[in-house]
Design a protein around this ligand. Structure first.
Ligand SMILES: Cc1cc2nc3c(=O)[nH]c(=O)nc-3n(C[C@H](O)[C@H](O)[C@H](O)COP(=O)(O)OP(=O)(O)OC[C@H]3O[C@@H](n4cnc5c(N)ncnc54)[C@H](O)[C@@H]3O)c2cc1C
Length: 388
């Protein structure tokens, strides 16, 4: 039985684990794909307070390392359901069932698709959702970025550094991303802009050869070697719908306290309804969710109505610091667990990401596949390479 089980090892989930460990709770984090979450796709992060510049992968490495050192246990597994069993929870993955006193859902989100018939067939053959992962394949080639928000503009900036030409295709009359990014793009002569236009067809059978654009019903063809779809994110909350209700967009409708209506269940990060989805807001949520979960468990132990989300603020967390002796033991246990977890991961060393090329940051990112079948070949934090 784990005190707190965290679903998702992005910035929110890992921060939640870190805080819960420091409150001397036993913590297990289950991650289906990439330790570090979405931020591992970002080559350059310049807005995290206190760190002028880092890559998303570096941030993921540091955070995972820090969390493991505090005693958290991590496993590469996809959580398929969480069920209440009396006062506790049964957390089901594809291969195991874990039990926990409290659960923190920090499942983040994933890229939205265009929804065109042959889109999935062309993924990796000209259709991409991540310039950081796949941009290197298109050096010297012509590409289009679909979308007009910050992500689309960031991807276009990145691609315009190496591609022959980048066309931004936006369905609205204006671009909605930051003016500063637009200024950069306007200053580049290999970038052009198309507005009021949607992609209506993907051309090519084995590989993308071009796209059909629809501007107010008028069709035209744009010849490109690749497209980068950046039209938003979809939350990953569907498996938990029965446990915590979702809003119309599929997000958990929970405020910054991260407490749900289901006693013992907390949510953190991009998976909840919020206006700003950034690392800072995800890590803030992770801290809030962990503190709330610790209070809940402490109330359960005291037997004073732990079924309610306790309002006795920091008492449990403060008392935890007086019991620090347990932390060393937990850390030692975690090291053993880490080695076992590492043994269950297959690493094809030296290769980086989908193609085995060097990452943009200039260091190798190994390809790591989880035993639970996360074998999609996506870039994984190189920290895993070091612990194996
Ligand atoms: C290209 C890009 C660039 C960005 N640049 C910046 C930036 O410069 N600065 C900034 O502050 N933010 C940036 N962001 C946003 C930032 O990455 C996110 O806001 C942040 O990662 C959200 O953290 P999270 O932990 O809530 O979710 P995520 O990072 O999405 O992590 C959630 C994790 O949960 C896992 N998961 C989901 N479902 C399950 C399940 N059923 N079982 C097990 N695991 C599961 C997922 O695999 C994932 O690893 C960027 C995002 C992208 C995509």
């Amino acid at each position: 039985m784990t005190d707190i089980l965290v679903v998702g090892a992005g910035p929110a989930g890992l921060t939640a684990a870190l805080y819960a460990c420091r409150a001397v709770k036993s913590v297990l984090v289950l991650e289906k794909e990439t330790f570090g979450g979405q931020i591992t796709h970002s080559p350059k992060v310049e807005n995290y307070p206190g760190i002028a510049q880092m890559s998303g992968t570096q941030f993921a490495d540091w955070l995972l390392e820090q969390t493991l050192a505090q005693g958290a246990e991590v496993e590469m597994e996809t959580v398929t359901a969480v069920r209440r069993e009396g006062e506790n929870f049964a957390v089901e993955t594809e291969g195991e069932t874990y039990t926990a006193k409290a659960v923190i859902l920090a499942t983040g989100s994933h890229h939205r698709q265009l929804g065109l018939p042959n889109e999935n067939d062309l993924v990796g053959e000209g259709v991409s959702y991540c310039a950081v992962c796949d941009g290197a394949f298109y050096q010297g080639k012509r590409v289009a970025v679909i979308g007009g928000g910050n992500t689309a503009l960031q991807e276009a900036v990145l691609l315009s550094e190496t591609c022959a030409h980048v066309t931004l295709v936006q369905n609205l009359p204006v671009f909605t991303g930051e003016e500063k990014l637009l200024e950069i793009l306007r200053g580049r002569d290999n970038v052009s802009f198309i507005t009021n236009t949607v992609v209506s067809e993907l051309l090519g059978a084995q590989a993308l050869e071009g796209i059909v654009l629809d501007t107010d019903g008028k069709k035209s063809t744009l010849t490109v070697d690749g497209i980068f779809v950046a039209i938003g994110q979809v939350p990953e909350n569907e498996p938990f719908r029965d446990l915590v209700p979702l809003n119309e967009y599929g997000y958990f409708n929970v405020d910054e306290r991260c407490v749900t209506g289901e006693a013992g269940v907390f949510v953190a990060g991009d998976c909840r309804q919020k206006t700003v989805r950034q690392i800072t807001t995800a890590t803030a949520d992770g801290a809030s969710a962990a503190i709330a979960a610790c209070r809940y468990i402490d109330a359960l132990h005291r037997g004073d109505g732990g079924g309610r989300q306790s309002r006795r603020a920091d008492r449990g967390v403060r008392s935890a610091f007086h019991r620090r002796g347990r932390a060393g033991a937990l850390a030692r246990r975690a090291c053993g667990r880490m080695r076992r977890a590492a043994g269950r991961l297959r690493v094809s060393g030296g290769a980086s990401g989908r193609s085995g090329e060097r990452g943009r940051q200039g260091y190798d990112v190994p390809r790591v596949r989880g035993a639970a079948g996360a074998g999609d070949g996506r870039a994984r934090p190189h920290f895993l390479h070091r612990i194996v």
